[in-house]
Design a protein around this ligand. Structure first.
Ligand SMILES: [Zn+2]
Ligand SMILES: [Zn+2]
Length: 320
């Protein structure tokens, strides 16, 4: 089954919004080096040799031993662009390799400089994140490789497949846009995933037919409306209690349309804990105003209780 018919909270933690990154892992006990204030692993930056949290900005020096078991066998894990650049350069020592990612483009002129060298044919291999495929239209690109396409496919959002398809179509468009005919290689652990047969055909209408049928079957937008409720607070048990109570009350009105609460992909940020409830409803059956008023009442009632006074509740209608 390739469809996520509901929520699944068993996703690996290193998937933070599809960001490409390197993390450190203990080879003895398998523990990833994590941020003390968030439930994400820290990103290794080769330049500074620092471990950085992309959520709260926390930094520390790269570790030499595991905080959990004391082992000194720490290894690098991941597909960070710096690591890929290093490996590619080792494989093709005679080629000029450049890298384009968020860290590089922090330097003001980097984007323009790399773009210019690419155009002038001074760069043989360009390694980078998705930003390569966005605004750039290089001539003479004859081969595009996509590493770890599964990272965005395994995302639990119902739009993940659509988003991945769009990205891969766009990235494929980078190869052979001009006179030369190009090739695209995609790395995946799910080569039988239907998305790849549509990609091979480069045919959006048939992809659309397949996706719309799945959404109809599982009642996802555009066949329903969605609301995402996020509760957060400093004490995890209080956040859990509040979100369970809210979901219980919502189920009285929408027994089938209430999903959760579940921890979001990143359930702790800067020492705040998060839980989410997803609401699906059909406008033919319930008016959006009725749902909104109901949610507002629930929110007020919940925050009126002294124990839940400090809980923050956000209601996102038609989340994207
Ligand atoms: Zn360990
Ligand atoms: Zn953090």
């Amino acid at each position: 089954m390739f469809h996520r018919s509901g929520w699944n909270d068993n996703f690996p933690r290193q998937l933070d919004g599809g960001r490409v990154r390197d993390v450190q892992q203990c080879s003895t006990c398998g523990k990833l080096v994590e941020c003390p204030k968030c439930d994400v692993s820290l990103n290794y930056h080769k330049g500074t040799q620092n471990l950085v949290c992309h959520y709260c900005g926390y930094q520390e020096k790269s570790v030499s031993h595991c905080k959990a078991c004391g082992s000194e066998e720490i290894s690098m894990l991941g597909f960070g662009t710096e690591k890929v650049e290093e490996d590619i350069q080792a494989l093709f020592p005679d080629f000029k390799v450049e890298r384009l990612d968020q860290d590089v483009t922090k330097k003001k002129s980097a984007f323009k400089d790399i773009f210019k060298s690419m155009e002038e044919g001074k760069v043989d291999i360009l390694v980078g994140t998705q930003m390569i495929s966005k605004g750039l239209d290089f001539e003479n690109v004859t081969l595009v490789g996509v590493l770890n396409a599964d990272q965005s496919l395994s995302w639990t959002d119902f739009r993940a497949v659509e988003r991945t398809f769009q990205q891969l179509m766009q990235v494929s468009g980078r190869a052979g846009r001009h006179a030369k005919k190009g090739k695209v290689l995609i790395q995946t652990r799910q080569p039988k995933h239907p998305i790849f047969s549509f990609l091979k055909k480069q045919h959006f209408p048939s992809f659309y037919e397949w996706q719309i049928a799945e959404r109809r079957e599982f009642g996802y937008p555009p066949f329903s409306k969605m609301i995402l409720i996020t509760l957060s607070g400093k004490k995890e048990e209080i956040v859990v209690e509040a979100s369970e109570l809210m979901a219980k009350k919502l189920r009285l009105t929408l027994p089938k349309g209430t999903l959760g609460p579940v921890p979001p992909p990143v359930s702790k940020i800067n020492n705040r804990y998060y839980r989410q409830i997803q609401v699906k409803y059909h406008i033919e059956k319930i008016k959006p105003q009725t749902i909104k008023a109901h949610l507002h009442d629930l929110q007020k009632a919940l925050q009126g209780a002294p124990i839940f006074k400090s809980i923050f509740i956000s209601i996102d209608v038609d989340p994207t």
